[in-house]
Ligand binder design. Sequence first.
Ligand code: G1P
Length: 295
Amino acid sequence: MQVKKAVFPVAGLGTRFLPATKASPKEMLPLIDKPLVHYVVEEAVAAGIEQILFVTGRGKRSIEDYFDIAFELEALLYDKGKDAELSQVREIAEMVKIFYVRQQQALGLGHAILCAREFVGEEPFAVLLGDDIIDAKRPCLAQLLDVHYKYQGTVLALEQVPMENISAYGCVKANRISDQIFEVIDMVEKPKREEAPSDLAIIGRYVLTPDIFPILESLEPGKGGEIQLTDAILTLLSEKAVYGCQFEGIRHDCGDKFGFLKATVDMALKRNEFNGRFRSFLRQRLEECDNDSNC
Ligand code: G1P
């Protein structure tokens, strides 16, 4: 069955990015000229997703406005003859069909996914977390879907991370089946470094099947007192095979200030419109900084 639906949990408070996220959603932080969430929606659409459910919460209304028709802005752009800008803002509202549900309590990622049960129904579906922006030739989700269509099961995005960072992630123990594909045999949410079964971290892309819902419904809170998606997938593992896809591409953790900064520089270097100028600016600043101890 083709995967046509995706769930975007966007109710998180973005505490790693305060104070910027005090009054506006982290998903709306702009990477150059588009909010983070726009990149993730683009990835989903490029992978064949036709319907997206945002699991949203208080203070996140600007996400809805962003993907809606901006009538006054469009009228203004039309009057001024700004056709390129007009079609740009109009295209955003027409990218994909979007639905919304509110996660009324911050009970964790697993709970957010449970809020998508009615939307998902009995189909396999994708989950995309907005902190992870993945720059890849073939969209990361499309790479996961290739694995899903081959093995028909749950698929997680995996990346090798330095051991000192592993406690920031869900971590898997897995057997390699092929170059990019693993069969997962154990998993633990945000383990201590000394307890981590490997350096393979779960990155924010998943293909799940509806049999995750009854598990989530009866799951006890785990790490941090939250209903953890990792724990639910671990339970599923006792009945069904779960796969990992070590995707090709560069992943930026944009929920983190340093990760966001790196993503901005990286993307700016790749943008044709200011590639040359930005490169020379960086070179010049680095030279100046090398000669200035206060820099
Ligand atoms: C969530 C998951 C974690 C995963 C991470 C990827 O954690 O619970 O397993 O490794 O996303 O970004 P969060 O970063 O939302 O705390």
